[in-house]
Design a protein around this ligand. Structure first.
Ligand SMILES: Nc1nc2c(ncn2[C@@H]2O[C@H](COP(=O)(O)OP(=O)(O)OP(=O)(O)O)[C@@H](O)[C@H]2O)c(=O)[nH]1
Ligand SMILES: [Mg+2]
Length: 246
């Protein structure tokens, strides 16, 4: 029996992007003959995200976690992890990616290969030889580069350059251990700082972390950007300060 790949998609108002992305995921599963399933975490979307997920359910193995009302990305990740871990066993792989179609499922086979080689966390990284970013404004590129630099200087986890990209593959055993230990405190930060916090919390268990270069296709994003640059900077600085002065 093949191991299962569960792809978790935290989604908030992604009606414009989700259909395209789901097609791309199914194509990757089919092309690479993967035993793949999908978990859509609908984070109180006010558009047709939930409906699209439900309609797709007849065609493919899709699980839905419906959170009402919207409580933000960190909560969606926290509740999503609990649900995801109930759907897979220790030998399976959990992959998380954005639902806005800027992350390409085509990277999944490489992530699985790294996982099979022994990586507990595989990060799709924007900052490796071979990485590309297409369609993101110069300002946004500069801001993520600046944030990345601050994380690298003040947090520093060995082998990590991309602290906030949500596209990652996790070893379920590692996640289970950390969530059993931290419980409600596993992700306390809001927004994208929560992504860096996950790595900080998992670091305690000395995981093997591997980054693979990835192509961020921001030009494919159909949905509106929900990124609040000011908030994201604030959240990141708060996490860094907490970490430095703890
Ligand atoms: N922004 C935001 N995203 C959420 C929330 N809940 C779930 N998500 C999902 O989290 C993922 C990341 O959010 P994005 O808005 O794509 O963030 P980003 O990629 O940094 O920035 P943009 O693509 O410019 O919006 C997406 O799949 C969202 O749908 C929420 O409350 N706010
Ligand atoms: Mg995005």
């Amino acid at each position: 029996m093949k191991n299962k790949i569960l792809l978790m998609l935290p989604a908030y108002n992604e009606e414009d992007s989700l259909p395209q992305l789901l097609k791309r995921i199914v194509k990757t599963y089919d092309n690479f003959d993967l035993n793949g399933e999908i978990l859509i975490v609908n984070d109180g979307s006010k558009d047709k995200t939930l409906e699209i997920a439900q309609n797709y359910k007849t065609a493919y193995k899709i699980h839905i976690l419906d959170i009402q009302p919207n409580r933000g990305l960190s909560n969606a990740m926290r509740e999503g992890f609990d649900k995801a871990l109930s759907l897979i066993s220790d030998e399976d792989v959990l992959i998380v990616m954005d639902a806005d179609d800027s992350h390409n499922p085509g990277l999944i086979p490489l992530m699985l290969q790294k996982n099979a080689e022994g990586a507990d966390i595989v990060i799709a990284s924007r900052y490796r030889e071979g990485s590309r970013i297409k369609g993101l404004s110069k300002f946004r590129k500069f801001m993520s580069w600046g944030a990345g630099l601050l994380y690298r200087i003040f947090i520093h986890i060995e082998k990590v350059r991309d602290y906030t990209c949500g596209y990652r593959a996790y070893n379920p055993k590692l996640l289970k251990k950390a969530i059993e230990n931290y419980k409600d405190k596993f992700i306390e930060e809001q927004g994208f700082a929560g992504m860096a916090e996950i790595l900080l919390k998992l670091k305690k268990y000395k995981p093997v972390i591997v980054e693979v270069p990835f192509i961020l296709r921001y030009d494919r994003k159909e949905s509106e950007s929900k990124m609040n640059v000011g908030n994201t900077v604030k959240q990141s600085l708060k996490l860094i300060a907490k970490h430095v002065f703890k």
